[in-house]
Design a protein around this ligand. Structure first.
Ligand SMILES: NC(=O)c1ccc[n+]([C@@H]2O[C@H](COP(=O)([O-])OP(=O)(O)OC[C@H]3O[C@@H](n4cnc5c(N)ncnc54)[C@H](O)[C@@H]3O)[C@@H](O)[C@H]2O)c1
Length: 428
């Protein structure tokens, strides 16, 4: 098929590249000419493991094309995916303005005959219906279309594998014709297909993210109980997680969830609940416990540090991504700066994006060892694998005061103490 993606972020570019690799002709439409030129040359702009190589392969095969023009791309396509950002407004509700802006442009350029327009962006219940109304109001008479919601579940850091081998594909539509096209497009993807209506597809995405966020907040809540009782949160969760109804996956205590999805989607689901008159107490608790988890680690730094210079390992909101949106690390660093600390940070991928936010308010190190030189505390805020393998004896020699605050529980507390560090993890 010929398909178009509007937006080339973590969702748009990854899914576009995978669909190109599956043999489709794929257009990607962006609105920044400079970025489109970089993409045409094979620079994915974002960091996602394996993406640069797969993009290059499909550029060479001429299966993926980048443009700022809607006319050719949308005008040739059987399916148009909207994959633009839906950031939070100050109220917490999703800002859908980019979705509506591009919906109008898509509508104006639909080809004669039938096209499926599908939102990959995470959107509030009822948004796809509004997209349909916008398109209906601007399309040419001989253009026929139907809407299908196809929410995306990829996880940054493993996005290619998640897209190639998803746990499920959700297709929500009130049009049999649209469902048939979407099922055909996804037929080579070996995963259960959930065919449902528009509202269910929209709600599925929020439900999945809220449930995952709740697992993390639950683990963080039990970590606080553990710290106050002498229990070890890891043992508690290991035992509880063996119950098949619960499961251990994704129940990790630490510095809290971040990124461009969980924080905004939990907040948006709260706003959706309020507008529907549904009690949002549970979701508000998930959000509050997440802020408390960050605060808990901050307090550990403040109470255990005897100097004013802190080394931070990890800036991205999770490993294997360069994304620092809503990253707990950036929140904690800003708090430390406000309290008069100086910070040197290291991250394998996220320094350029951190520099765009924190500028020169902190120093940046080229490697983890340089980062800790002269520091009174080392704070681990992202669980990159490379941090797990480092020589902690060398780290101790380089630090002014050997004190580790392990916000991701990546080190064995006993072994670290044996090496001569003061050590605090989360919930143990
Ligand atoms: N990142 C994830 O892990 C993930 C997973 C599942 C779903 N989602 C959802 O998918 C959507 C996109 O997320 P993302 O992480 O890819 O965001 P992103 O910020 O990485 O990318 C957004 C893209 O939209 C483009 N864009 C914004 N306004 C535009 C406009 N007016 N015209 C054309 N392009 C425009 C941007 O240039 C960018 O390429 C969001 O709704 C998000 O909640 C994200």
């Amino acid at each position: 098929m010929t398909i178009t993606f509007i937006g080339h972020g973590y969702v748009g570019l990854v899914t576009a590249t995978v669909f190109a690799d599956l043999g489709n002709k794929v257009y990607v439409v962006g609105h920044t000419p400079e970025k489109i030129e970089r993409l045409k040359k094979g620079d994915p702009i974002i960091f996602e493991p394996g993406l640069a190589e797969l993009l290059q392969k499909n550029l060479e095969a001429k299966r993926i094309h980048f443009t700022t023009e809607y006319e050719t791309a949308v005008g040739e396509s059987d399916v148009v995916f909207i994959a633009v950002g839906t950031p939070p407004q100050t109220s917490g509700a999703a800002d859908l303005s980019a979705v509506f802006t591009v919906a109008e442009k898509v509508g104006k350029h639909l080809k004669k005959g039938f096209t499926v327009v599908s939102c990959k962006s995470t959107v509030t219940i009822g948004t796809n219906q509004k997209v349909a109304e916008i398109i209906e109001s601007v399309k040419q008479k001989d253009a026929d279309f139907a809407i299908a919601s196809c929410p995306e579940f990829l996880s940054q850091g493993t996005a290619l594998a998640n897209t190639q081998h998803p746990d499920r594909v959700v297709i929500g539509s009130d049009s049999k014709k649209a469902i048939d096209v979407m099922v055909a497009l996804h037929s080579v993807i070996d995963a259960p297909k959930i065919i449902t209506n528009l509202a269910s597809a929209e709600l599925i995405k929020y439900t999945a993210n809220a449930m995952l966020a709740m697992k993390i907040s639950f683990a963080n809540l039990i970590a606080l109980y553990s710290e106050k009782t002498g229990a070890n949160v890891e043992s508690v969760l290991d035992a509880v997680g063996l119950d098949k109804r619960i499961g251990r996956v994704f129940m990790n205590p630490g510095v809290g969830y971040g990124g461009s999805c969980f924080p905004k989607d939990v907040k948006a689901l709260i706003q959706i609940g309020k507008s529907l008159g549904v009690d949002t107490m549970l979701l508000e608790g998930v959000d509050t416990v997440n802020s408390d988890a960050r605060e808990n680690v901050l307090q550990k730094i403040l109470t255990s540090t005897q100097g004013k210079h802190i080394a931070v390992w990890g800036l991205s909101f999770k490993p294997n991504t360069d994304d620092v949106r809503e990253s707990p690390a950036l929140y904690i660093i800003k708090d430390l700066l406000q309290k008069g600390f100086t910070v040197t940070a290291y991250d394998p991928e996220a320094i350029p994006k951190t520099k765009a936010v924190l500028k020169d308010t902190i120093s940046y190190a080229d490697n983890p060892y340089d980062c800790v030189k002269g520091a009174s505390a080392l704070v681990v805020l992202t669980e990159w694998n490379e941090f797990k393998e480092l020589d902690l004896s060398k780290v101790k020699e380089l630090m002014k005061i050997p004190n580790i605050i392990d916000g991701r529980n990546i080190y064995d507390s006993e072994k670290t103490k044996e090496l001569g560090f003061a050590y605090s993890g989360v919930g143990r």
